[in-house]
Design a binder for this molecule. Structure first.
Ligand code: IPM
Ligand code: MN
Length: 357
């Protein structure tokens, strides 16, 4: 008998529910083939609920979500809600309160996908970014002084705890070892200017590195890494960095892997409940048209399977997506795929059901 996993499903706003529906189709095909069960529980958190009830996230929600094996999230963000309310009130709150201290973002160019970089193909772009997900400039430390006066002061502090930095770096070394590709971990920081925060990161990085003699270590400043992503993406295997730098460089990473239509991520608490999401936003202008690309959500579902321990199923989902990008889709852009959202989901699900492992 295969295992049963309890999954909280938050479709969210805009095109979120549409792409999650396709992801669930694929997960259903995987569960039949590999003999496990996904017990799905939907939650209606998002902009619509907030506009109706005035409540962003009920207080009971976080504790309720703790009972699940994983959370599958579509997108949060609504054009009629002031920016920041839902992002902070739902997405960031869940990351923080569920202590999902790793944001894992694979950057991999799949076959057939148009890459904006000249002369770069799938053999050049295959790395992982591990972004610290609960601290740094996202921690919310700081505030206003003399607000609204000509002497107003606004501070926003980057919080870096030894514990938070170390657990993230440790996860990155473990991930590099497990991946066993180039066995190379790059710390991305700004040691020439942020001489407190990244001093802590650098010291911790070198200390932990001693426990991993098989892993080569490297360092790149965050500004320089944006150049290397464009010029030499093949240099990278795994990158570890803080919250804001990770946020910024993974958008660039998404672009070189073909855009937000394919970029997926995991908010991981290795000891708790993790949450998997496509990286793109809610794309409200495409809502309800059946033209949005569901592959990022499908890939996020694949990451969720890998995290749950269904590694063979996860590999097959990736293989099926590669088949679809390599032999079917004209483009990854919404409305230009040559297929509708539901057709793309059907094709991937069919391959997951039938194709050779
Ligand atoms: C992301 C997003 C979020 C972030 C926003 C929506 C708060 O950009 O997941 O990268 O900044 O982390
Ligand atoms: Mn971002």
């Amino acid at each position: 008998m295969g295992k049963t996993y309890k999954i909280a499903v938050v479709g969210g706003d805009g095109t979120g529910p549409e792409v999650i529906a396709e992801g669930l189709k694929v997960l259903d095909a995987a569960s039949r083939r590999f003999g496990f069960t996904l017990e799905l529980t939907p939650f209606d958190f998002g902009g619509e609920r907030y506009l109706k009830t005035g409540e962003v996230l009920p207080d009971s929600a976080v504790d309720e979500l703790r009972k699940f094996d994983a959370i599958y999230l579509g997108a949060i963000g609504h054009p009629e809600v002031k920016p920041g309310v839902l992002e902070k009130g739902i997405l960031l709150r869940l990351r923080f309160e569920l202590d999902q201290y790793i944001n894992l973002r694979p950057v991999k160019l799949f076959p057939g996908v148009d890459c904006p970089l000249k002369d770069k193909g799938p053999e050049h772009i295959d790395f992982m970014v591990i972004r610290e997900n609960t601290e740094g400039l996202y921690a919310g430390a700081g505030g206003f002084l003399k607000k609204g006066t000509p002497d107003e002061i606004a501070t926003q502090l980057s919080v870096n705890t030894r514990k938070g930095v170390e657990r993230c770096i440790r996860y990155a070394f473990e991930c590099t070892k497990k991946r066993n590709k180039d066995n190379k971990l790059t710390l991305c920081g700004k040691t020439n200017v942020l001489t407190y925060a990244f001093d802590l990161w650098e010291r911790t990085f070198h200390e932990v590195a001693r426990e991993y003699p098989g892993i080569k270590t490297d360092y790149a400043h965050v500004d320089a890494i944006t150049m290397w992503f464009v010029k030499n993406p093949e240099w990278f295997d795994v990158i570890v960095t803080d919250n804001l730098f990770g946020d910024i460089i993974t958008d660039l990473g998404a672009m070189i892997q073909g855009g937000l239509g394919i970029a997926a991520g995991g908010n991981i608490n290795p000891e708790g409940v993790s949450m998997f999401e496509p990286m793109g936003g809610s794309a409200p202008k495409y809502k309800g048209q059946n033209i949005i690309n569901p592959l990022a959500a499908i890939c996020a579902g694949g990451m969720m399977l890998d995290h749950l321990g269904e590694t063979a199923a996860a590999k097959l989902v990736e293989k099926a997506v590669m088949d679809v990008t390599g032999t079917k889709l004209k483009s990854l852009a919404a409305g230009k795929m040559g297929y509708s959202t539901t057709e793309v989901g059907d094709m991937v699900a069919q391959l997951v059901a039938d194709m050779k492992e």
